[in-house]
Design a protein around this ligand. Structure first.
Ligand code: PAF
Length: 280
């Protein structure tokens, strides 16, 4: 496994592999079982597996946790090597934003960037789209692997790829969960043991709404309100519980044939997100 920090070095290394299928797993490091499922899928589907580790400052708001975001490079490299990764791209902030962050070109997906998590985190998805577009241009993978846990991010990246005619396939990999149902996330590290147990309520509520819909309850707004109340009563600071069209993330309408039920809530220091799918 080669670890490369500069763009030219990575391109040179990948140039001689262009006849093979190249996969990219974009990450911000602090790898857990969810990331390793992406790497496994990349290994299975591609000949060459590139993992990027970059804590991207432009997707963090001014009062968010960029400074304290867990950085565990040595352990990440150990896990990636054991998993059969070929290349790790681990650039510095200056490498990715040589002209500074303010004056950098920004990629925006307006139809998806301002709803749900975009309301609570203004600018977040422009930062995500910009850095992922850069990573796609740098690595030029045939396929990229992203977790379904960040459903809005996955949907937005797919939309960016489609609308900007980027020549790659984006594969979503199902969420990996703890035994309690809690979705794996680097931000789970911010939870105390007691909060970690309580955090599993998010997934139980989403599954409860899913079961209701499957049994024929289509009063989505009432289900959302009940979900928000349950989370608030358990001490969560709720951003949203929402039943949306899975592809467009708008409230379900006559064109909807797949739903996604999504939630975001803060517990202690952690902002947690989760989602489940329902076919109609
Ligand atoms: O999901 C993440 O870890 C990040 O948002 C990503 C896709 C690596 C972009 O920085």
């Amino acid at each position: 496994m080669d670890t490369v920090g500069d763009i030219a070095g990575l391109r040179t290394a990948l140039d001689v592999q262009r006849h093979r299928k190249i996969g990219l797993v974009p990450t911000m490091g602090n790898l857990h079982a969810g990331h390793m499922a992406l790497v496994r899928e990349c290994r299975r589907a591609c000949d060459i597996c590139v993992v990027s580790i970059f804590v991207n400052p432009t997707q963090f708001g001014p009062n968010e946790d960029f400074g304290s975001y867990p950085r565990t490079l040595a352990e990440d490299l150990r896990l990636l090597k054991a998993a059969g990764t070929d290349f790790v791209f681990n650039p510095s902030v200056d490498t990715m934003y040589p002209a500074g962050q303010e004056d950098h070109v920004s990629v925006s997906v307006p139809s998806l960037a301002h709803t749900l998590c975009g309301e609570a985190r203004p600018g977040h998805f422009d930062g995500v789209a910009t850095v992922v577009a850069k990573l796609f241009n740098i690595v030029a993978p045939h396929e990229a692997f992203l977790g379904e846990k960040d459903w809005q991010q996955l949907t937005l990246i797919r939309t960016m790829v489609r609308q900007l005619d980027m020549p790659l396939w984006v594969t979503g990999v199902p969420t990996v969960r703890e035994a309690s149902g809690l979705a794996m996330s680097s931000r789970n590290n911010y939870l105390s043991d007691e909060e970690r147990q309580r955090a599993a309520l998010i997934n139980r509520i989403l599954n409860g709404i899913k079961t209701g819909i499957e049994r024929g309850d289509h009063d989505y707004e009432a289900a959302e309100a009940r979900g928000r109340q349950k989370l608030a009563a358990a001490g969560f600071d709720v951003d949203y519980v929402a039943v949306r069209d899975a592809g467009r993330l708008v409230p379900p309408d006559a064109d909807t044939n797949r739903l996604r039920i999504l939630a975001a809530a803060r517990l202690g220091r952690a902002r947690l997100i989760d989602n489940v799918g329902v076919a109609l």
